[in-house]
Structures are given as C-alpha cells and as structure tokens.
Design a protein around this ligand. Structure first.
Ligand code: NI
Length: 372
C-alpha cells in the first residue's frame, strides 16, 4: 500500500502542467488542503495556493514553500504513473515537493492546538520560467509578515537518506546575455571591402574566456558560457551581423556586476578594433539563494548528523531567492536516488519515492523546532 503522499505525487506526476498554467494542480492542492480542516486557504494568483495555519498561541511565522510546475519534456521514464500529457513532464521533482508539503500541512494542522505562531504553506507556480512565480507571490503579499522561509528540493543524484545543506551561497544567480555584432557584409572574395562580424565574434568569444581567468578573483566562482552562435547564409558571403548568446552564473552580486562590466569592455573593445558596432543585452535571472546559518543549523539539528551532507554550492538557479528579500531562509536538498540516477530535466528522470517521507519528516520537524 502506498502512503497518501506517494499517491498524491503519482496523481500529480500523471497530470503535469507547465509554468503559469498549473490550474488543475492548484485545484487539486486546494481541495486536498480543504479536506484537512483548520487551514485558511488563499489563491494569491490564478495558479498558486497559500494556506495559513494559525496556532493556538501567538508566536513567530514560518513559510514553507513547494513549487507546482512541470517541464516541456516528453517523458521516457517508463514509470507506470508516467505523464498522460504529451510533451509535458514532472522532470524536476516538483510533484514530490507538492505532495510532501501537503503531507506536512496535514501533520501540522492536526497539532494546531500545540502550536505557537503561524505556518504558511506556499504552493508556488512557475519556478521553471523566469521571472518566476515567487516574484508574483511576493508582490501579492503572500509572504508578508513571515519571519523565515524554508524550502527543499529533491535531488535524484543525491543518495537516498541524505540531506544536503550549507550556510550561505546555495544556488547560483543564473543570467542570460545576447550580443549582436554588426559589421558590413559583402563578397567573401573581397574581405578588405567588408567589416567581418564572424572574425570579430570569434575574437569576442575568445576574449570572454578572460573574464573568468583574468578579471575574477580565483576564489570567486563564475561561469561565462557562450552557448549559441548565429550568423551567415552562404559559403561565399561575409554576413552583416553575428549574434552570440549564453549564460552567466555567479554567487555574489559584486562579482556579477564586475562580470557584466568586463563583458561590456570586451564587446566595446573588440567592436572598436574591428570597425564594427554591437548591441549587448544582459538579462538578470534568479538571484543566488543565500542560506541563513541559523536556519541551516535547524535543518542539521532535526535531520541528524547521519543524514547530513555539507554540500558545495550548485551552479543551478531557483527562484526561492525571491522570498529571501522578505525574510531569511534555508533551501536544502533531499536525496532521492544515487549518483547513477538520471539528472533533473532528463526525459528518464525518476525519484526514489522513499525520499518523500524523509522530506516530510525534516520539514515538519524544522517547522516545530522553529516555532518552539
Ligand atoms: Ni526544480
């Protein structure tokens, strides 16, 4: 027999919905929460749900966050409860996060008389699509008045039974950029009559490697990756322009600003040297998630030393960062597989469902500990 949390997770897994379109998921969450009793259920946006549990006595307020959305991936996991929606899949474990938080809400609602303060259960839409659902929830006041925020993420590549946490930087700021280098196209046989944007782009790509190796202190982590190059129409034509796109990952706002400035210098200098011009667009994505050490200490304490792993920061991003503008928080990872598992966002992604009960225990205990 499967537990309710596993049954809920499988239901959600069968019926995944993309970011900002989580209508059935939100309805399922609302109806399930309503069946527990004792919760004030709100819908701050069309596809999110927030439930407030007010304890019998006054005290601090803690928000617990889960994300609801799936990804545009065609599932190939082979699970019997695989997605019934063509091209949409819960390939990041958000179905598990939602099921876990529902179970935590039921456990804590049953203990309402013993609680001092408030637990706010935040079922957030659209984590996967920047600018993300968290910013809409914060703007709607959904976490106003909370003293702390705790969230977790299942991790298929972390051994079942482990909880990974760290103080400070946990996930990276994940930005994107695009630069169009404009030259003057022409016949490839007469290059001296053109301004060649292909050559200027090649120099720019090479020079960008110096941002990490020569402009950033060796102990600061930065990724600058050019991931897409667009240009040209024929073998014998020098094109008018070439577009480069890519991503920048950083942990520190100063490092991010320095990286942007260095990129700007490179594009300015390379364009000038080649007689070309350019347009540089930098789009800030999610900020880094910075864990509060006192809250991370609660996770360590309730999980116990046999489960805890002190993790390295991940270069991935999460919009859990947005809640940290309101209150200190901690984001931790729950092992749901092993190192041989398929990674997140893979069509064959699977989790070990035994991880759900570990996540439920850890979240419930951390809430009780915080409010005590
Ligand atoms: Ni995720």
């Amino acid at each position: 027999m499967v537990s309710d949390a596993v049954a809920w997770r499988r239901h959600l897994h069968r019926h995944p919905e993309l970011s900002f379109r989580e209508h059935e998921t939100a309805r399922f969450v609302r109806e399930t929460l309503a069946s527990f009793g004792g919760l004030e259920i709100q819908t701050p946006t069309a596809t999110s749900v927030v439930a407030r549990l007010r304890g019998a006595r006054p005290g601090r307020a803690l928000a617990l966050r889960a994300d609801l959305d799936a990804l545009p991936i065609h599932e190939a996991s082979g699970e019997e409860f695989a997605s019934e929606r063509e091209g949409v899949m819960h390939a990041c474990g958000h179905d598990g996060h939602t099921a876990m938080l529902l179970a935590v809400a039921r456990l804590l609602a049953a203990r309402r008389r013993d609680l001092a303060g408030e637990v706010r259960f935040v079922f957030q839409h659209a984590e996967e699509q920047p600018p993300g659902g968290a910013s809409e929830l914060v703007a709607a006041g959904a976490v106003d008045g909370v003293d702390a925020v705790i969230g977790c993420h299942l991790l298929s590549t972390l051994e079942l039974g482990r909880i990974a946490v760290r103080d400070g930087c946990c996930t990276a700021g994940a930005d994107t950029f695009a630069v169009t280098i404009q030259g003057r196209g022409g016949h490839a046989a007469f290059p001296h009559e053109t301004v060649d944007p292909v050559l200027a782009s090649a120099v720019a790509i090479t020079s960008l490697q110096q941002v990490v190796s020569r402009n950033s202190p060796p102990l600061d982590s930065v990724v600058v990756s050019v991931t897409r190059v667009f240009g040209g129409t024929a073998d014998n034509v020098i094109p008018n322009e070439v577009e480069l796109r890519g991503t920048v990952r950083t942990f520190n706002p100063d490092v991010r600003d320095r990286t942007i400035a260095a990129m700007r210098r490179i594009f300015d200098g390379v364009s000038a040297a080649h007689g070309a011009s350019h347009e540089f667009q930098y789009t800030k994505g999610y900020d880094p998630v910075i864990n509060d050490p006192a809250l991370a200490a609660i996770i360590r304490e309730v999980a116990g030393p046999e489960r805890i792993i002190e993790m390295d920061p991940l270069m991935a991003g999460d919009d859990f960062c947005t809640y940290l503008q309101i209150a200190p928080g901690c984001f931790f990872f729950v092992g749901a597989g092993d190192s041989s598992a398929f990674p997140h966002h893979h069509p064959e992604f699977r989790i070990d469902e035994r991880a759900l009960s570990i996540g439920i225990e850890t979240l419930t205990a951390s809430a009780l500990r915080f409010l005590a």
